[in-house]
Design a binder for this molecule. Structure first.
Ligand SMILES: Nc1ncnc2c1ncn2[C@@H]1O[C@H](COP(=O)(O)OP(=O)(O)OP(=O)(O)O)[C@@H](O)[C@H]1O
Length: 221
């Protein structure tokens, strides 16, 4: 089952008299249980593609089906989760409360013990279990990034979009993050990860390459 089906997606930005074509007719399918690495040079359009897929940006043209259908920004955290490049942790919440936020927002009627247990496992696996009561500004950038990945995984979303999730990590922590993305895929999550990390490409089920807003299958030539 595909979690992303995009065809002919186009997105332009206007800066004064200049128009930037960030996405130029992008076709992409990501299936449940797959990890797809989205690679390409800085400025090629990777973050814009993730922004369109999560509903932060509206495409100018093309067809897009995310999850079970409907608008991307109408999907709950259980359907679509995001690790943005800027992380987006809530400054006034501890790391643990940040990670549990998707479960809280989902509402009490559907709350179960499962997210709490998974949050604990993720935080321990990412070496954050001694930092759970700290606020984001009291931990390192790499620790914040690992908390943001844990938050995105805590509901085992149908689709996970991750923008450079290993950018602030040493190799060992990066590998633990990649292990967690692949564990989620083994549980059925479709994972699309924009990355410059060649280990992430080598472990992905598929690599797609962006250049000047155009997407092709396979690693860059
Ligand atoms: N809001 C915006 N307004 C104007 N131009 C934008 C906007 N967002 C992105 N762009 C431009 O669109 C192009 C694609 O940017 P994007 O952020 O998608 O690249 P990227 O591949 O994710 O780069 P990086 O690897 O550096 O994160 C770039 O030329 C960028 O300057």
């Amino acid at each position: 089952m595909s979690a992303v089906r995009a065809s002919g997606v186009r997105k332009c930005f206007t800066r004064g008299a200049e128009t930037v074509t960030a996405l130029d007719g992008v076709d992409l399918v990501v299936d449940a249980g797959q990890v797809v690495a989205l690679v390409g040079p800085s400025g090629s359009g990777k973050s814009t593609l993730l922004a369109v897929l999560c509903g932060w940006e509206v495409p100018d043209a093309g067809a897009l089906v995310v999850g079970g259908g409907g608008a991307p920004d109408a999907q709950g955290w259980g359907e679509l989760a995001l690790v943005p490049q800027a992380l987006g942790l809530v400054a006034d919440l501890s790391l643990l409360d940040n990670v549990l936020l998707p479960a809280r927002l989902r509402g009490p009627h559907r709350r179960s013990a499962a997210p709490t247990a998974l949050a604990g496992q993720l935080l321990a696996g990412f070496g954050l279990d001694h930092l759970t009561d700290r606020y984001p500004h009291q931990v390192s950038l790499g620790e914040q990034q690992r908390a943001a990945v844990a938050r995105a995984l805590v509901l085992r979303p149908a689709l996970l979009l991750a923008d450079e999730p290993t950018a602030h990590q040493d190799r060992e922590h990066a590998d633990r993050l990649l292990d967690a993305l692949h564990d989620a895929a083994d549980d059925g999550t479709a994972v699309l990860v924009a990355t410059h990390d060649e280990v992430a490409w080598s472990r992905a089920d598929r690599v797609v390459s962006m250049r000047d807003g155009q997407l092709t299958d396979g690693p860059p030539s």
